[in-house]
Design a protein around this ligand. Structure first.
Ligand SMILES: [Zn+2]
Length: 98
C-alpha cells in the first residue's frame, strides 16, 4: 500500500512520474495536474545528507569503489528515493500551490 496520495484528487502519485522531474521544489500531480509542494523537507534532507556523507566516505576510504562510484550512487539513490517517497508524498505532507 502506498501513502503517496494527491490532496486534491486523492489519486496515487507516481514517485517516478515525469511531472516530478524538478522534485522537490516544484512538481505536479500526474492525475489532476495540480501544483504541489512539500510541507516538510526534514525527511528528504536528513536522508540526503546521510546518503551524501556515506558516498563521500566510501569514495575517500575505498579506492576500489571509485570506478563504480557514479553508477552505484545513482542506483542506491533510486532505491532510497523509492523507499522514502511514499512517506514524503503522503497527504499530510503535501500542500496545493494556488
Ligand atoms: Zn491530483
Amino acid at each position: 500500500m502506498s501513502d503517496a496520495i494527491c490532496p486534491k484528487c486523492h489519486e496515487k502519485i507516481e514517485p517516478f512520474a515525469m511531472s516530478l522531474a524538478f522534485f522537490p521544489f516544484y512538481f505536479k500531480c500526474n492525475h489532476c495536474g495540480v501544483r504541489l509542494k512539500l510541507k516538510s523537507l526534514t525527511l528528504l534532507s536528513s536522508v540526503l545528507t546521510t546518503y551524501l556523507l556515506v558516498v563521500v566516505m566510501m569514495i575517500w576510504l575505498l579506492p576500489a569503489f571509485r570506478g563504480y562510484a557514479v553508477l552505484t550512487s545513482v542506483f542506491v539513490w533510486l532505491v532510497l528515493y523509492n523507499f522514502i517517497a511514499h512517506k514524503m508524498l503522503s497527504k499530510n505532507n503535501l500542500v496545493v500551490v494556488e
